[in-house]
Design a protein around this ligand. Sequence first.
Ligand SMILES: [Zn+2]
Length: 217
Amino acid sequence: MGQLIEHIGQSGPRSLRIRKNSVVADAINGSTWRLPHPRSQKEVELHTYLTTIILPLPMNVNDEYEWIAGDSQLRIFRSATTWEVLRPREDVKDWVDVVWFKGCIPKHAFIMWVANYDRLSTRSRLVAWVVPISPLCPLCSTYDETRDHLMLPCNYSREVWREVLHRCQPPSIMFTTWAELLSWIRSSQSKRLTLLRKLAVQTVIFHLWKQKEQFGA
Ligand SMILES: [Zn+2]
């Protein structure tokens, strides 16, 4: 019947002479139900239903607790299942395959994740936050240090890419934008080559960032 208060209605506690915060034991007197004579159809239905179940006396029912996580009942508490129910969820991002994958190196993947959002504290971003600093790239001192410049066409970075990429079937034309970099990773037909490209790219991005920080943040 669901919750009794829903079934009988708000007048239920008065008509059944049971307080709202009562427990089942309060409605039992010895080994019978302690309920007044029914005066409405709903109460008749309740009495009829009660005759079909065994009186839940302490000697024939063991108290049990159960964990309910989402739709499933658990015999024991499982933190993993509970976390799955509680955790905030968002749609799967279209970049997830190049940032988080089996075999990734966590510290490299982290920098890749930040870089992918263009949230690295590059000089051009610092300048936009009114930090008194030159916006020029510390590796070439020629162009403004943006993510795309620092990680891709900067002369220093190009040299690093050239050394690394010749082992992963380099692109015919060197990528100059972040989107081109990502699509090059995905353009491989072989799983092993894709994995190699992902690892190589994350490693290069991580170390270019580290190098730039050594040159002066
Ligand atoms: Zn540069």
